[in-house]
Design a protein around this ligand. Structure first.
Ligand SMILES: Nc1ncnc2c1ncn2[C@@H]1O[C@H](COP(=O)(O)OP(=O)(O)OP(=O)(O)O)[C@@H](O)[C@H]1O
Length: 236
């Protein structure tokens, strides 16, 4: 579904991603993990098209269609291909209502006449009575739900999330885990998330990619993360 080959990224002179390879199959849930400042968000931004890659390739494969190199595709083009993104700063329009936020997310992905899918409110029933409420008036948790709904409204093939548990209560994290498990296991949605919270990673993800100083130093099944040599690299 998504193949990264030898991806490199710089901020000015600073080399922050080094030859990162990652292979993701349809239906997988993969966690990119690692300590702070190791390049996790940078890697997501390269995949979603919010940052250009300096070298290397990112290839998208879906259905029977020919593989497509994403390197030159804009973030909106990638959304239109089926890549939904939930950044950790949420990025909702606080002056617009829930419904208007969802309409804009649809339009950004090229769905000019598309209606908000019913599944949006089935998945997040809490948002239905709030659909005419402005983003700024929503609780923190409902803002999180709206950010997730914005990414899902385009009915993506791949959902990308940056630290979905950061700053959330244990109760909300559990509910979020339920939603992601349902999307992945029941609806077959592929999920790629950046996360450091081990309990959440163990519950939701199947495979991991561990970044350390911008390099992918280990990949494998989540059970392998219990290796005492790897755990310190997540919270160092
Ligand atoms: N816009 C930027 N300009 C310059 N340097 C940046 C920029 N964004 C991130 N960096 C640096 O690049 C490195 C990787 O940052 P990145 O945010 O990708 O790491 P991260 O693993 O996601 O960390 P965190 O868990 O803190 O979000 C860090 O040293 C960071 O300071």
């Amino acid at each position: 579904m998504l193949s990264l080959h030898s991806v490199n990224q710089f901020y000015g002179e600073r080399h922050v991603l080094w030859n990162v390879d990652l292979e993701m199959l349809p239906g997988e849930c993969i966690c990119i993990t690692g300590a702070q400042g190791m390049g996790k968000t940078t890697l997501l931004n390269c995949i979603t098209g919010h940052l250009p890659v300096q070298s290397g390739t990112i290839v998208w494969r879906h259905g029977g269609l020919a593989p497509q190199q994403l390197n030159d595709a804009s973030a909106d083009m990638r959304a239109a291909l089926g890549i939904g993104y939930v950044p950790h700063d949420r990025r909702i329009f606080s002056g617009l209502t829930v419904e208007e936020n969802l309409q804009i997310a649809l339009r950004a992905a090229g769905e000019t006449h598309g209606a908000i899918p019913e599944s949006t409110f089935t998945l997040f029933p809490e948002l239905y009575p709030l659909r005419h409420t402005r983003g700024a008036a929503l609780s923190d948790e409902n803002q999180q739900r709206l950010a997730l709904a914005n990414a899902l409204v385009i009915q993506p093939r791949l959902l990308i999330l940056d630290e979905p548990t950061r700053g959330n209560s244990a109760g909300f994290i559990h509910k979020l885990g339920d939603v992601l498990l349902r999307l992945n296991r029941d609806f077959g949605l592929s999920i790629l998330m950046v996360e450091q919270r081990m309990s959440f990673i163990r519950r939701v993800a199947e495979r991991f990619c561990l970044l350390h100083k911008g390099r992918s130093v280990a990949q494998g099944s989540v059970a392998q993360l219990d290796n005492p040599r790897l755990l310190p690299l997540i919270h160092c």
